[in-house]
Design a protein around this ligand. Structure first.
Ligand code: GRF
Length: 208
């Protein structure tokens, strides 16, 4: 299958997917990496792996409608089957979500529906987790729908919150889970083993 990865930051999740594809564990190819941040290190990671990457953001497409139109055109031209949001800090336009229903996967650094929604991304999530005092947190891979982090859940994994945890130590531990869950979800999708029934995602044949 043909994948487009949308990024905004360091791209460690992108890297995790690249690594698994290059090891032959995922029957897919990343056609394009698209960043809404010109300085995203994720773009450098794509370049290093010979993956075409482009910047679509307010600098070269000041008009939001224009930006969404450009994004949609590229996805169409490249015949993209699966869109991965890997640390992407923009909300996708409703029309794209409709067109790619259950073909857009997002990774979120908490156990949805806890600590998610508008503004809950990156270290804000972990700060809220520490302030709330929960004993477990984790990562979630889900399909993207019109809400913020509200689509059907594909995979989740939990970690304990330690007494001495800081935002940094927690972010680091959860990121490790993200790098495990996102490639696995992409593999299951690429192998046609994710069956969505309403809000439920069933995995055909279980998973290792
Ligand atoms: C991280 O906070 C991660 O939890 C979330 O997006 C941020 C950047 O990830 N998914 P990445 O290193 O750019 O993939």
């Amino acid at each position: 299958i043909r994948i487009a990865v949308l990024v905004s930051g360091g791209g460690t999740n992108l890297q995790a997917v690249i690594d698994q594809i290059e090891r032959g564990n995922i029957p897919a190819v990343i056609e394009m990496v698209i960043s809404n941040r010109k300085d995203a290190y994720a773009l450098e990671r794509a370049r290093r792996h010979g993956i075409e990457s482009i910047y679509i953001g307010s600098k070269n497409f000041p008009n939001l409608k224009e930006r969404n139109y450009r994004l949609e055109k590229i996805l169409e031209e490249r015949k993209i089957d699966l869109i991965i949001l890997a640390g992407y800090m923009q909300i996708l336009e409703g029309h794209i979500i409709e067109k790619y229903r259950n073909r857009i996967i997002n990774i979120h650094p908490s156990l949805i529906p806890s600590f998610c929604g508008q503004g809950f991304y990156g270290e804000y999530v972990h700060r809220a987790v520490l302030e709330y005092g929960v004993k477990l947190t984790g990562a979630t891979v889900h399909f993207v729908d019109e809400g913020a982090d509200t689509g059907p859940v594909i995979l989740q994994k939990a970690v304990e919150v330690q007494e001495e945890d800081t935002v940094e130590s927690l972010a680091k531990r959860v990121l490790t889970l993200e790098h495990e869950l996102l490639p696995l979800a992409v593999k299951l999708f690429a192998e046609g083993r994710l069956m969505v029934e309403g809000r439920k995602v069933r995995i055909k044949g279980g998973y290792s």
